[in-house]
Ligand binder design. Sequence first.
Ligand code: SAM
Length: 275
Amino acid sequence: MKYSEIREILNSHGIQLTKSLGQNFLHDANQLEKIAAAARLTPEDQVLEIGPGLGPLTELLIRSNAKVLAVELDSRLIPILSERFQGIENFELRHGDGVVLMKEDRDWQEWKLVANLPYSVASVMLVDAALNPRCFKRIVVTLQWEVVNRIAAAAGTEDYGLLSLLLQLRYNVLDHFKIKRGAFFPPPDVDSGVITLERRSEELLSAELRPLFVKIVKLGFSQRRKMMKKLLKSQWSETVLTDAFQRLGLSDDIRAEKVTLEQFALLTQIINSTL
Ligand code: SAM
C-alpha cells in the first residue's frame, strides 16, 4: 500500500487520523514484507492482527493463506476493511479493543500475534499477552524502538527491567530491527522497530509460580537505585531472604538490574518453598 493510496483512501472517506489511537500507518513495502516474513506463516497457522488500520499488513498475512483475525478499534476503518477484504475466506474482521482482548482468558497457544501496535497501549497488551497461561507461540510486533530495546535487554544494562523480565520469562527474543520514521504516514515522533519473540519450548516457571515471580520483580524494580533485598523485606523475612540470596550467590547489596532472569526464577522457587 503506497503513501499516495493511504492519503487517497483517507481523503475519500473524510478521515482525519487520530493520534491517541496511534494511527501511524506503515507504507514501506519492504518493511511490511520483512514483518510478514518474520511471522513465518503457513496455511496451518492462525494469526491475530491488532489494529489493521487500512490493511497493508493484513493483505500480506492473508496472502500466506493462514487464518487471519483482525481486530480494529476505530469504527471508521471497519467499512473500508470490510470492503477491501470482502469474500476472503481466511479472513475475519472484528470491531473491538485489543487491550480488552489481551486481558481475556483465551487460549492463544496455537496462534501467532502479528501487528503494528498502537504505541500508547503496546506494552500493556504485550505484558497481558505474555502473562496469559496459554500465550501466543510467536509474536512479531512494531513498537517504539525504546520499548523494543527494553524487551530485548539483558541484565546489567540500562534498558533491563520489568518489561524485559515479564516478556522473556515466556519468550526468547529472536530478532529486532529498526524502521525509519519516514516509513509511516504520518511519521511518528519517535523511532520504531520490530521485535520477533518465540515462546520458550520449556517454561522457566510453572503457571502457579508466575504471579509470585511478577510480585518479586515488581517489588525489586519499584525503586531502581535501592538494594533489592531491602525492597523485598517489606514482604519476606530477613531469614528467608538471606538464605535465598546466599543460595543464589547474590550479594546483599545487589540491585535488581543486575539480577538475571534465571536468578529471579530461582528466587521465586526458593521463596515459594518457604511459604
Ligand atoms: N496495521 C496498520 C499499519 O501497519 O499501517 C495500522 C497500524 S497503526 C500503528 C495502529 C492501529 O491500531 C490503528 O489502525 C488504530 O486505529 C488501531 N488501534 C488503536 N488502538 C487499538 C485498540 N485498543 N484495539 C485495536 N486496535 C487499535
